[in-house]
Ligand binder design. Structure first.
Ligand code: ADP
Ligand code: MG
Length: 293
């Protein structure tokens, strides 16, 4: 390939709102046939808000929210920010705060050993199980695409919090556009499967191509698994937990409003918070390569 033609492609990318690390990146988009999309912050805005606080039978709603928000105050996760923003009043101090990436947070608040995070994490690691009523509520929230986290202290699950995010207005069109270019879309998320399937349905991704409750380190493994099947994989993500997968993908596309780590790891950065720029990027690089041949 002529370097000049590739550089012209790179310049045009900047006009389209796509930052391309180097001209050689255009080459790797040629054979891409699969695109793995992160859910939160990629298909959705990532700006979450607390929409429901459900105490377990006999528990106080304000206690559930106050203890959870106190802990989440120490976390940068979008879920944590939503919970803190949703709690009114001063938050009590936390002792022995610990954060587990992709799982949740733990610490001592008002003398209680509190945990907030993935319901399965509370069940498996802390033996704190949602009762039948809470499980039903959690399923109903998740079926609407909401993210549900469990709150527990002193050995018992005490309630749940539901946070809502919105699918971006252009996500569906972008997914259609990627498919029209011959890229099979897959969805990858650390969130629960009901929430993942609800988003997949909204944007038109085949439920068979949805992987939920994926640990941050397993996002990379999923990209490698697809590559092992002979696929050439583009990955689109925004978070710290997407960085390894972005770096391993044949084409890593970072959302410009995402974390610096993700942008570092990607080959392309979408300047606009608009997934359609990913479609433009693939189309552009193919057109550029056609000109060269
Ligand atoms: P995603 O792939 O959607 O970006 P993450 O890997 O960041 O998700 O998180 C996966 C899951 O872990 C969340 O859906 C939530 O259940 C739980 N989790 C992670 N961090 C927190 C936190 N600070 N507070 C509560 N739950 C959390
Ligand atoms: Mg994300």
């Amino acid at each position: 390939a002529t370097p000049t033609a590739l550089l012209v492609g790179t310049g045009r990318g900047a006009q389209l709102g796509v930052l391309i690390k180097g001209p050689e990146v255009l080459e790797s988009t040629r054979r891409v046939d699969t695109v793995v999309l992160d859910k939160t912050g990629t298909l959705t805005s990532g700006r979450m808000r607390l929409v429901d606080v459900v105490p377990a039978a006999g528990e106080d709603r304000d206690d559930v929210l106050r203890l959870a928000a106190a802990l989440e105050n120490g976390s940068e996760h979008p879920i944590a920010r939503a919970v803190v923003a949703g709690a009114a009043g001063a938050l009590p101090p936390v002792e022995g705060f610990a954060s587990r990436q992709g799982l949740g947070v733990a610490g001592t608040v008002e003398g209680h050993a509190v945990v907030v995070g993935r319901p399965r994490w509370l069940a498996q690691e802390w033996a704190q199980h949602l009762d039948d009523t809470l499980t039903e509520r959690a399923d109903a929230e998740a079926a609407r695409g909401r993210t549900v986290v469990a709150v527990g202290w002193d050995g018992r699950a005490r309630g749940l919090l539901a946070v809502a995010d919105t699918v971006t207005p252009t996500a569906r069109e972008a997914v259609d556009g990627l498919r029209a270019l011959g890229l099979e879309p897959h969805l990858l998320t650390g969130d629960g499967s009901a929430a993942a399937l609800a988003v997949a349905e909204q944007v038109g991704i085949d439920p068979a191509h949805v992987r939920a409750e994926v640990m941050p380190e397993d996002k990379l493994a999923e990209v490698q698994r697809l590559q092992g099947e002979g696929r050439v994989v583009a990955m689109v993500g925004d978070g710290v937990n997407d960085a390894a997968a972005l770096a391993a993908a044949d084409l890593g596309i970072a959302i410009g409003t995402g974390t610096d780590v993700a942008i570092e790891a990607g080959d392309l950065t979408l300047v606009r918070e608009d997934l359609r720029a990913a479609v433009d990027a693939v189309r552009l690089s193919r057109a550029t390569l056609r000109t060269i041949k």
